[in-house]
Design a protein around this ligand. Structure first.
Ligand SMILES: Cc1cc2nc3c(=O)[nH]c(=O)nc-3n(C[C@H](O)[C@H](O)[C@H](O)COP(=O)(O)O)c2cc1C
Length: 196
């Protein structure tokens, strides 16, 4: 039994490409311990000064301690996961703000990363990440794709370097284009699920 953490972040609910694809992946993987965290339905707070004091300073107020407890819960969840499935819709050329807040709450000095003489070291080791990215247009391998670059950087920073991306592109171009993108993504997911 593997522990699988699914991070949903689409604001489009049942119309979401990435939500449909992560549900498909979970079905393909069969019997596992699955935790689904829908960051759009149950949004985390924006990472403000109170949050920074909570997770990177000396929390003392009730609000700061509550945010530290929230961060602890998120960190424990990802620490436990063997596989992290990250839904990554492109909104205005980057990830949804809800997913960015998640990364802000789990990037914790001395907990998920630390600085050493040799530079930063990620502490979430031995995990695999599968990123389901969906774009209205076509951005793969273009300078407009800030989704891939950012996710690779932040996951690498916290120690997750085994990362596979599955792309659904051209979602904004009508039904045929959506069907083609879904078929392509599902074929990629089938390969990943078989190899896991
Ligand atoms: C608010 C918003 C902003 C978007 N911005 C972009 C964009 O910058 N580039 C792009 O190619 N598609 C953009 N799209 C299209 C989405 O990437 C596309 O609908 C994709 O399917 C989103 O994933 P989801 O269906 O899981 O939410 C945007 C969609 C929304 C709703």
């Amino acid at each position: 039994m593997r522990n699988i953490l699914v991070l949903k972040s689409s604001i489009l609910a049942d119309n979401s490409q990435t939500n449909q694809l992560s549900d498909y992946l979970v079905r393909k993987l069969g019997d596992n311990n699955i935790v689904v965290r829908d960051l759009a339905k149950n949004a985390l707070p924006h990472f403000d000064a109170t949050a920074a004091t909570a997770v990177r300073g000396q929390p003392s107020t009730e609000a700061e301690n509550a945010l530290l407890a929230l961060s602890d819960e998120l960190v424990a969840e990802i620490q436990k996961a063997d596989i992290v499935v990250i839904n990554a819709p492109m909104y205005n050329f980057n990830i949804p703000t809800q997913l960015k807040s998640y990364f802000d709450f789990i990037a914790r000095p001395r907990v998920t990363f630390q600085y050493t003489e040799n530079g930063p070291e990620g502490l979430l080791k031995g995990k695999k990440a599968i990123v389901l990215a969906a774009f209205g247009g076509f951005h793969q391998n273009q300078s407009t794709d800030h989704v891939t670059a950012y996710i690779k950087t932040i996951l690498g920073f916290v120690g997750i370097t085994d990362v596979q991306f599955v792309y659904s592109e051209g979602i904004g171009l009508g039904a045929d284009s959506i069907a083609k993108a879904q078929a392509h993504a599902k074929a990629e997911i089938d390969k990943i699920a078989t190899a896991l």
